[in-house]
Design a protein around this ligand. Structure first.
Ligand code: MSP
Length: 673
């Protein structure tokens, strides 16, 4: 890639929560940002592209705790999947920020302190609702049937001492900002925010929580942790080394790419913090819609999710990148299906662009000794020029889909031209005419290689090698000289065989939803208990659950070794194995969890008379365990403590010999995990 000489261009994505694996929505956002980053790169701009992970959220710590794993260890492990996703998608990020890094913590505290010293943060009392799923304070108005509509869960009621950010002070400035055309793209998202601020006004924001053991300390009051959104947004400047770091020259961000659900945080809260901290506000916020699966919202609970890494491994990163950009108009929701991806890949990349590349290069190699033949620009190149201008205009407005459509139509035009000119005939009768045609085709192909590059970089780099050209925006419309030598043709896009599964309807949610009968629950006797060699809070168990196995468990806080030895508990024996601090856990024990004033309380599920290895089920259900079950699947199956029993859908858990399973320590209603 050429050295940047143009303007600086700073682009970011939202930073992802690491409580679960990355999904297609995360991939979509990184792809959008990468397309824009690469486009600016080949235009010669000095690009800085940032992505990363949001690690101080409570939802991350809750997920870790439910696994009995230290939170830091859990986030360290999960972040790897997000880094892998970036690599697999071939995104060109210059940096990857993790909000548990020192460089971020320092800057977050610095800004929090600055805003406090200025008098924009004050102490008060918060009384209201909080949804951990959203990591957001809610009002009654946000609820549907008393629940958060996004997570179908009742929010927590919180009454505690908190620090508040004087956001109300910035109402006028924010309205002015939101009145700036193109501050938020697309336009309807800008109006939505502007109307909301005008209607509701800006209220002060609760920016700290007490009693948390995970998060960034409020610098002047260690009893409080900084509210996760306050620190998360700061990633955009902490990664640049605010205030003295060399990379801070990239600030303000030219584009923050985000999803529609977090527009308010970026368009209202973030600029208010920046105004208070006296840091310039970003230039624009690009809001994309959601990727759905056949019209349905992706969600863990319905089993409707797609692993982007698997899709890339099956089809290639270019196939997924092309499909998402081509299919979904930016700002709108769109659908993903393997069937539609295959259709577009085969018709548009293999049959259209790939075919044009193949026939052009093959013809030149075969008939013109691997050299671009003599010719001059014909009318078709004028049309190409118009289309390039149109596509560029679309991209300037971040209308990536429309721009890509225009580019694809150039390829179709090239094919049409080749077909009409019939060089395979004229080569025999009028070689000059055939040469003229191939001269034009070679130049159209060179332009296409540059134009398609931001969306399908791997394929275009391969094509650029064949054409022996540099991918540089300045080379658009500059014709290759006759005699320019090219390489041998290589197939760019192999057609995807339509696999049977690609034609299948996606499974209905209730078919994919996890069933209780999938679980392999068994009685297990604890044979030995020892301290985990590398983790203070964990135990290692040897159990007999019909066979001898090892378990790693985080229940030290609630049980001594003596209490545990010889106890008969209930384990999930088909949970996928996990390595926790170097020790393998080959099953998971089940326990009740209760939140009390003194903190969390955990009590084990237990039996007295049943034998180790006996299956545990609910009355009237025959277990039919899956070979392996993932933790997130297990979590969807909600059990709770009953009166002297454990319940699943109001039915008691019993062992094969009929003994009722009980739970220790926790109250009726406590969740089981
Ligand atoms: N951690 C916050 C962002 C903090 S930014 C300072 C967060 N994380 S997230 O993991 O829930 O979402 C990350 C991004 O993915 C968001 O922009 C979100 O809108 C986007 N998507 C999440 N699900 C999505 C789809 N199904 N489709 C497209 N993008 C969606 O929010």
């Amino acid at each position: 890639m050429k050295k940047a000489t143009g303007m600086k261009f700073y682009i970011t994505t939202a930073i992802d929560y690491v409580n679960a694996k990355p999904h297609l929505g995360h991939a979509y956002e990184k792809i959008i940002a990468d397309v824009l980053a690469r486009w600016h790169m080949i235009k010669g701009n000095d690009v800085f592209f940032l992505t990363g992970t949001d690690e101080n959220a409570r939802k991350n710590s809750e997920a870790a705790k439910s696994l009995g794993v230290p939170v830091k260890e859990f986030v360290d492990e999960n972040v790897k999947k997000f880094i892998e996703l970036c690599k697999k998608l071939n995104v060109s990020n210059n940096d990857f920020i993790r909000t548990t890094e020192d460089r971020h913590i320092k800057v977050s505290q610095k800004i929090f302190q600055y805003v406090y010293d200025k008098g924009d943060i004050y102490k008060g009392n918060y009384e209201g609702l909080y949804c951990i799923g959203c990591e957001k304070f809610l009002t009654e108005k946000d609820l549907v049937d008393g629940k958060c509509p996004h997570h179908d869960k009742e929010p927590e009621f919180i009454k505690e001492e908190s620090y508040f950010f004087r956001m109300s002070k910035y109402e006028k400035d924010i309205i002015k900002l939101l009145e700036t055309k193109r501050f938020i793209v697309p336009e309807n998202r800008r109006k939505e925010m502007l109307n909301r601020v005008k209607e509701e006004g800006l209220k002060d924001l609760c920016v700290s929580r007490v009693g948390m053991d995970w998060g960034i300390d409020v610098p002047f009051d260690r009893n409080h942790k900084i509210y996760v959104w306050f620190d998360a947004l700061i990633n955009y400047v902490s990664a640049l080394g605010y205030p003295e770091g060399e990379n801070f020259k990239y600030w303000p961000a030219d584009i923050h790419v985000i999803g529609k659900d977090i527009n308010w945080f970026h368009s209202v809260i973030w600029p208010s913090i920046l105004l208070s901290a006296e840091i310039p506000v970003p230039n624009s916020i690009l809001v994309h819609g959601f990727v759905n699966l056949k019209g349905k919202k992706m969600s863990k609970s319905s089993g409707l999710t797609v692993n982007p890494i698997e899709i890339v491994e099956k089809y290639s990163s270019d196939a997924l990148r092309y499909f998402l950009i081509r299919e979904i108009p930016l700002g709108h929701d769109g659908d993903f299906s393997e069937e539609a991806l295959t259709e577009r890949y085969n018709n548009e990349l293999a049959n259209n662009f790939g075919n044009f590349a193949q026939r052009t290069i093959s013809f030149i190699c075969k008939n013109f000794d691997d050299k671009v033949p003599e010719g001059s620009s014909s009318k078709v190149q004028e049309t190409v020029k118009e289309k390039i201008e149109k596509s560029e205009k679309f991209w300037e407005e971040s209308r990536l889909r429309e721009g890509l459509e225009e580019i694809l139509s150039i390829s179709a035009l090239g094919n049409e031209y080749f077909q009409k000119e019939e060089p395979w005939k004229t080569i025999k009768e009028d070689k000059e005419k055939a040469a003229h045609c191939l001269y034009n085709c070679a130049n159209i192909l060179k332009d296409l290689c540059i134009l398609f590059y931001p969306v399908i970089p791997s394929s275009c780099e391969k094509l650029a090698e064949q054409l022996k050209i540099k991918i540089d925006w300045k080379n658009l419309g500059k014709n290759l000289k006759p005699g320019h030598e090219i390489g041998k043709p290589e197939i760019l896009f192999r057609k995807i065989e339509k696999a049977e599964e690609a034609n299948e309807e996606p499974k209905k949610p209730d078919e994919t939803a996890n069933k209780f009968s999938d679980l392999d629950l068994r009685v297990a006797e604890i044979l030995e208990v020892s301290d985990h060699p590398n983790a203070e809070k964990l135990y290692l168990f040897k159990i007999n659950c019909g066979e001898e196995r090892q378990i790693v468990a985080g229940i030290k806080q609630w049980y001594s070794k003596e209490e545990l030895r010889g106890k008969k508990i209930v384990v999930l024996a088909n949970l996928e194995k996990a390595k926790l601090r170097g020790e393998t856990s080959e099953a998971m024990l089940l326990a009740g969890e209760e939140k009390t004033e003194k903190g969390e309380l955990v009590g084990l599920l237990f039996v007295e008379d049943s034998k180790p290895g006996e299956k545990v089920t609910v009355n009237g259900m025959e277990p039919n365990p899956k070979k392996e079950i993932k933790f997130k699947e297990f979590k969807e199956i909600k059990m709770k403590a009953g009166k002297d029993c454990v319940l699943y859908k109001n039915k008691k858990l019993v062992t094969k010999s009929g003994e009722t399973v009980k739970v220790e320590k926790v109250k009726e209603g406590a969740g089981i995990c």
